[in-house]
Each structure stands twice: as C-alpha cells, then as structure tokens.
Ligand binder design. Structure first.
Ligand SMILES: *[C@@H]1O[C@H](CO)[C@@H](O)[C@H](O)[C@H]1NC(C)=O
Ligand SMILES: *[C@@H]1O[C@H](CO)[C@@H](O)[C@H](O)[C@H]1NC(C)=O
Length: 313
C-alpha cells in the first residue's frame, strides 16, 4: 500500500528538480529571459571574421541575445568555440504590437532591412564564412523575410514589402543553416516546417511568392511550430503562452544537432522530406503496403491452385 505514495513522492521530487532546473535556465518558459546575464554566452558576441557566424534575431521585447542565447552557445561550442564561432545581435527594436497598431510591422520591417545589411556587410568582410541565422517569434519572421522576401498584413498592420537574398550568390549563398521558432508570418506545411503546428494557420501567412523564395533554403532550414502556439498556429484561440515559450527547453539538443550537422555537411539532405512524406501520407504508405501483401497472397494462392490443377490432370 506504500508503493503509490513512494511513486507519488518520487514524481513530486522529480518535478521539483525539473522546476528548479527550469528556473536556472536562461532559455526557459518565462517571458523575460536572462541569457544576457551569462558571461559565457556574452563572451561569444563578435563581428570579427570567423568560420561560423550566427546572426541572432531575438523575439519581441527580448533583451539581446534573448532565449536563443543558450543554443547559440551550445552550437558555437560544438563548432570549435570562441575564435571559430560567435554571434551578432540583429539590430532592431523588437517592439510589441500593443504600443500602437503599426508598431509591430515597423519593427519587423526595420529588422528585415537591418538584418540583410548586417549579413551583407559581414560576408563582404569575411567571404568564406558560414552564416547561421536563428530567429524567434518576431525574429523568426524576420529571418524568413531576409531569406525569402517579406511584408504584408500581420496583426493590425501592413508590413512594407522587401525582397530576400538571392540563394545562388553571396551573401545568400553563405547561409549554411537557419532555424526559426514560432514565426509570426509562416508558410503552412512547408517541407522544412517541423512539429505539431506545421500545418496550422498562424497570425499571418506568407504569400506564394515569399514561400517560393524560401524553397531554395529548404535543405538548410527548419521552421519549428508547436500546435497551440497562438503565434504560429491556432490563431484566434485563447493565448496560452507556454506553447510559444518552450522551444528551447523542448528541442535544444535537436536544434543544436541540426545546425551543427547541417553546417558541417553531416546531415543527409533528403532525410526530412522523406519523413514528412511517410507521416503526411501514412494512408498512402499503408495502401502500398496492403497492396503488396495482397498481390503476394494472390500469387501464392494462384501458384498453389495451378499446382493442384497440374496434379489433377
Ligand atoms: C542550456 O541548455 C542546456 C541543455 O538544454 C541546459 O542544461 C542548461 O541549463 C541551459 N543553460 C542555461 C544557462 O540556460
Ligand atoms: C500592404 O502594402 C502593400 C505595399 O507595401 C500593398 O501592395 C498591399 O496591398 C497592402 N495590403 C493590405 C492588406 O493593405
């Protein structure tokens, strides 16, 4: 009779430890994140030429580097650490949409333009660099604007249009990996979109032309969206912030491996689309499998009958 109690205590203890860990993290589920207070993350901030350079597009109201600071540190550590890899803050206001109707669009527009200028200047100075773009929330939208072109309606405003980088020439060609989380403007169900909200409409949808502009990056890009993230999916549902705030705590290992494997060329290029093909068309996979079994049985049956008939005559 003591077992349930013991189990309960163990679970409670584990939950308490998890809670404590969560509080210590600078990329946890709180709205204000303290990654800027971590000297080991801040020490990697640089615009010096390095083989790997991360441009960090923080989310609305975040203080640089924002919650992506921790994955940036992990990525850089795996790529040889300081001297080989560092990060630069995308210089933009990251203003929220509550100040006035058009503050969000103005902020995102400044972000897309400044981000493109920063990448262009860095690549002109360091032409051999491999650029890594990371963007969260408003910053996610901006990173996608930079790569595939941006602008259009979002929330209560209309963001000015901008065209994106050209993939085949510098600095577009230098983009070696990109990851975005909880984007405001989204391509629904794109091959590079992952997690449960990938097919759900969010706050704003990218134009066909903008999605087309992102396609050449599909093998180096991942766009994360949780179902019930009220920014990138389930727009109109009650704001439940946690689904928007937990990308780093849920997926940090996976994100870091994706970025590192992609920039070092370890990733199998066709892996992601093939997984989606199976999961999106599971009925098709089932049908193919079923037909194979069926034709095999018919064949066996037919051979047996023929053998029997052969014996009869
Ligand atoms: C960074 O992420 C790792 C792995 O998810 C975690 O263990 C660590 O606590 C995080 N560090 C900070 C400062 O958030
Ligand atoms: C948004 O602005 C663009 C010009 O930048 C314009 O072409 C488009 O029609 C506008 N959309 C809306 C919904 O106002």
């Amino acid at each position: 009779m003591r077992l349930p109690f013991v189990l309960f205590s163990l679970t409670a203890a584990a939950a308490a430890v998890a809670q404590e860990d969560e509080e210590k993290r600078c990329d946890g589920a709180s709205y204000k994140v303290p990654c800027a207070d971590h000297p080991d993350i801040m020490a990697l901030q640089t615009t010096e030429c390095q083989p790997y350079h991360v441009l960090l597009a923080r989310g609305t109201d975040e203080k640089p580097p924002g919650r992506q600071g921790n994955i940036t540190k992990m990525i850089c550590e795996r790529l040889g650490g300081a001297g080989n890899c560092g990060w630069e803050n995308l210089d933009y206001p990251a203003t929220n949409r509550f100040i006035s109707d058009d503050t969000w669009c103005k902020s995102a527009d400044v972000g897309a333009k400044n981000g493109m200028k920063q990448v262009r200047e860095y690549v002109e100075k360091c032409p051999d660099t491999k650029m890594i773009l990371l963007g969260y929330s408003q910053g996610a939208s901006i990173v996608q604007d930079m790569m595939g072109g941006g602008g259009g309606p979002a929330f209560k405003c209309n963001q000015s249009m901008n065209s994106g980088f050209i993939r085949s020439e510098a600095p577009g060609a230098n983009i070696a990996a990109a990851a975005t989380f909880g984007t405001v403007r989204k391509c629904i169900g794109a091959p590079y979109s992952v997690k449960s909200g990938r097919k759900t409409e969010g706050v704003a949808t990218r134009s066909e032309e903008q999605c087309y502009g992102l396609e050449p990056y599909a093998n180096v890009l991942r766009d994360y969206c949780n179902e019930n993230d009220y920014i990138c999916a389930s727009h109109g549902k009650a704001p439940e912030l946690s689904f928007h705030l937990t990308y780093m705590t849920q997926y940090s290992e996976e994100i870091v491996s994706f970025v590192v494997d992609t920039v070092t060329g370890k990733k199998q290029k066709s892996f992601m689309p093939s997984i989606h093909l199976i999961s999106d068309h599971y009925w098709l996979t089932g049908a193919v499998f079923f037909s194979l079994i069926l034709s095999w049985s018919v064949l066996i049956f037919w051979t047996t009958i023929r053998r029997r008939l052969g014996q009869a005559y």
